[in-house]
Design a protein around this ligand. Structure first.
Ligand SMILES: CC(C)(COP(=O)(O)OP(=O)(O)OC[C@H]1O[C@@H](n2cnc3c(N)ncnc32)[C@H](O)[C@@H]1OP(=O)(O)O)[C@@H](O)C(=O)NCCC(=O)NCCS
Ligand SMILES: CC(=O)OP(=O)(O)O
Length: 334
């Protein structure tokens, strides 16, 4: 069964409620209709009910059964405003600002619904840039216990591919941390290991990527990755992790034999940790667009409750997939 069909099957077994705050986006409404049809999640759309229903009808999207929450009329509005004020008071939030934010920013409204347990997870980013999608989640939900860094990963499902876990990979960080330190790269590898195992059921084999393999190039950029490998070995000795590795040495067995023959990860990696966000973001888009891979994300790891982003270039089908993965994350949330 394809990776995404397994996720949908899992999501259906214990249905979670996912909030989609971008009700003004046509792909979101099309996706909502498909999600309801496939039964992978119960949905909340945020916005004006009349407008949403009119827009959905124009798209022929059957959203019967979706819950619509309009901040203008929601009886919980005052509660959310008071809670947001208290949560962010030390950062200069006032009740007036909290009220104005919740009226004008539906993503923040959705995040407050997740915070207060009125939804199990949130998916947005089809029509908002990542910074605007993720900032409210980082500020309001904060990190999960025992985690200091939130990071962004993609599950990449590459067709006709013998590498990784039958063509399935986790790529990180492709969405959030722009220039992670060596310490942060090690933390991203640790979170990615957990995410990959939890979502795919496969044993993670983690490659710390670079333009160098085992000392083939000398540069401060390489040093950052080798330091991350040392930190990861020390802090997370249970991880099956190696580096620094070039991409071909990481995933292609014949190249691994010549470039890194003593490595237990080289040639078999299924979790790819990129040295910075330029590499991660460009890398996932190359694989998505040129290899026609399914790209689910950027999903967040290390955050207290499931909130996931989308690319503004996403399709309705991508939203359906990320909602299924979010529902599965919500099932696993403590
Ligand atoms: C997400 C992003 C906007 C956050 O940075 P920012 O706007 O400068 O906001 P701040 O650094 O003030 O962070 C806001 C809050 O989030 C927290 N935060 C930010 N990044 C975090 C991380 N990686 N892990 C945990 N918490 C984080 C901060 O501690 C801060 O909390 P506080 O306000 O309670 O003190 C920034 O990292 C970013 O723009 N990333 C790139 C996004 C992008 O364009 N990706 C490419 C397309 S996918
Ligand atoms: C993930 C990503 O690159 O998002 P966007 O395309 O919206 O910038």
């Amino acid at each position: 069964m394809a990776f995404i069909d397994l996720m949908k099957e899992k999501a259906r077994q214990n249905r979670k409620t996912i909030v989609l705050p971008e009700s003004e986006d046509q792909r979101t409404l099309t996706a909502a209709a498909q999600i309801l049809k496939e039964g992978t999640a119960d949905l909340i759309l945020v916005g004006n009910a009349e407008t949403i229903k009119k827009d959905a009808a124009a798209l022929n999207a059957d959203i019967e059964g979706v819950k619509i929450v309009d901040p203008e009329t929601d009886p919980k509005f005052e509660h959310y405003a008071g809670t947001l004020f208290k949560l962010r008071e030390k950062k200069g939030m006032t009740l007036e600002k909290a009220t104005a934010t919740l009226k004008s920013d539906l993503i923040t409204y959705g995040v407050m619904m997740v915070k207060e347990g009125d939804a199990d997870g949130l998916v947005a980013g089809a029509c908002h840039a990542t910074a605007d999608t993720l900032r409210p989640a980082l500020q309001i939900l904060k990190t999960a216990p025992g985690t200091e860094l939130v990071s962004g990963f993609f599950i990449m499902d590459v067709p006709n591919c013998e590498y990784g876990a039958n063509g399935t990979f986790l790529f990180a960080d492709c969405g959030l941390n722009q220039d992670p330190t060596s310490e942060e790269l090690a933390a991203i590898a640790n979170s990615s290991s957990d995410s990959f195992r939890a979502l795919t059921g496969e044993e993670p084999k983690i490659a710390m990527l670079s333009h160098s393999t085992k000392g083939s190039a000398k540069h401060a950029l390489v040093d950052k990755v080798t330091a991350a490998v040392s930190i990861a070995h020390e802090k997370y000795p249970e991880l099956n992790l190696d580096g620094e590795l070039q991409l071909d040495a990481a995933i292609v067995p014949s190249v691994a034999k010549s470039k890194a023959k003593d490595s237990k990860v080289a040639g078999q990696a299924n979790v790819l940790i990129f040295p910075n966000l330029d590499c991660g973001n460009i890398g996932y888009k190359l694989v998505q667009r040129l290899a026609k891979a399914e790209a689910y994300g950027p999903m967040l790891q290390g955050i207290a409750k499931p909130v996931n982003d989308l690319s503004r270039g996403c399709s309705a089908e991508d939203i359906v997939g990320v909602v299924a993965l979010t529902a599965v994350q919500a099932q696993m949330a403590k």
